[in-house]
Design a protein around this ligand. Structure first.
Ligand code: FAD
Length: 362
């Protein structure tokens, strides 16, 4: 029997901020209808990775969620919603759901993509719900599904619990336990702040953290994205947004510092059955090691396209930072300079403009 394959001009993989932004611009460019474009999403509902974030991450503790094009976030918030009380894991999915409805975006769920391969001059996209054949590909699968935990000697011998930020729920579950928090990013310090209020913590980072004073509004967001882009253009690894902005000293973090919770130790050298040990022989006992060590791109489904260079990285075009240099019909958005809501928005717009030009659609 002939396999049913849906043919579209462009397949977008992932419906987080990056994928929705791309879909909006594809829709606006006239790629509507069954053969225009489709967004394949592996999550159970709208919201991208935001639907999985821990409950204490509220609209007051996020850096700020940038508006998607055409619909301000604020319009989807209840008039009396208190930002300190509204979990981002509820408000952002609610916003994305309304966005998908408002612009009638063709998001397919369940739509997890298992593999993408070449099929003559098109891409064969194998997804839950059926195969899609596309001329161009915009990949926006984020990083949430690829938590990164560095390898340290002795990790397997540790008798306590090890978990990654991705598995964090609430500080209460650590009450009375000694917790080592590893990592120097925003998530690390926010979780450290919460956990240090209920129990004893030790904070370790590879580099000395750099704290900054002031505001983090849209202007600072744009400046941070520009600085990460500059690094990419100069051939350097993108680095996280925090690596270029520093950690913003919010009132909560100031209070944590005053409590002594932000006294940082260098990275340990070894994990023991009962804790961690440094090369000079000093130790800390621990019941829990929390790895707030970030994420890596979720790109395994693209492996057959052989986008990776021998060194393991994917080289993006110097002039168009979302375009795979060796494959101008594949764009990756939501990574490096576009790994924020503001960067993802812009990346969606750029990817659509460049891809449609490449495909001769405009
Ligand atoms: P995601 O939101 O991760 O969406 C990717 C989507 O792709 C998901 O729905 C996933 O299910 C789907 N997917 C994955 N694999 C497949 C597959 N094989 N097939 C089909 N679908 C797939 N940014 C800010 O601007 N402000 C903040 O305050 C902020 N706070 C953050 C806090 C934390 C804890 C973290 C981890 C990040 C934060 N960020 C923040 C970054 C921000 O969330 C993202 O950069 C931004 O939302 C862009 O997301 P995305 O669309 O690239 O990916």
């Amino acid at each position: 029997m002939q396999e049913a394959v849906r043919e579209v001009e462009v397949a977008v993989i992932g419906a987080g901020q990056a994928g929705l932004s791309a879909s909006y611009f594809l829709h606006r460019a006239g790629l509507t209808g069954p053969d225009g474009h489709v967004v394949l999403d592996g999550s159970p509902g709208p919201g991208g990775a935001w639907q999985f974030r821990w409950p204490s991450l509220t609209l007051a503790t996020v850096n700020g969620v940038h508006d998607l094009p055409g619909l301000p976030f604020a319009e989807t918030l209840g008039e009396h919603d208190d930002p300190a009380a509204v979990p981002a894991s509820k408000a952002v999915p609610n916003y994305y759901a309304e966005y998908e409805r408002r612009f009638d975006l063709p998001v397919r769920r369940p739509g997890r993509v298992s593999v993408v391969c070449d099929r003559e001059s098109r891409y064969r996209v194998e997804a839950e719900g059926g195969v899609v054949s596309a001329r161009g590909l915009i990949n926006a699968t984020g990083t949430w599904e690829h938590p990164f935990v560095p390898v340290y000697p002795g990790a397997a011998t540790f008798r306590g619990r090890q978990l990654h930020t991705k598995d964090y729920d609430t500080a209460e579950e650590f009450r009375g336990q000694r917790v080592v928090v590893v990592g120097g990013g925003i998530s690390a310090v926010q979780l450290l702040d919460e956990i240090s209020q209920v129990t004893t913590t030790t904070w370790v980072t590879r580099r000395e953290p750099r704290f900054t004073e002031g505001e983090f509004g849209p202007e600072q967001g744009r400046a941070a994205v520009a600085r990460v882009e500059e690094r990419v253009r100069a051939g350097l690894p993108p680095g996280s947004v925090v690596s270029v902005t520093g950690l913003l000293l919010t009132p909560a973090l100031r209070a944590a510092r005053d409590r002594g919770a932000l006294q940082r130790l260098p990275m340990f050298d070894e994990i023991t059955p009962t804790g961690v040990r440094w090369a000079d022989g000093s130790t800390r006992d621990a019941d829990v090691i929390l790895w707030a060590t970030g994420f890596r791109s979720a790109l395994d489904h693209l492996a057959p396209l052989r986008l990776r260079e021998p060194g393991g990285g994917i080289v993006l075009d110097g002039a168009v930072p979302t375009r795979v240099a060796a494959r101008p019909t594949v764009h990756l958005i939501g990574y490096g300079p576009s790994a924020s809501t503001i960067g993802a928005n812009r990346a969606g717009r750029v990817a659509v403009r460049e891809l449609l030009t490449e495909l001769g659609i405009r």
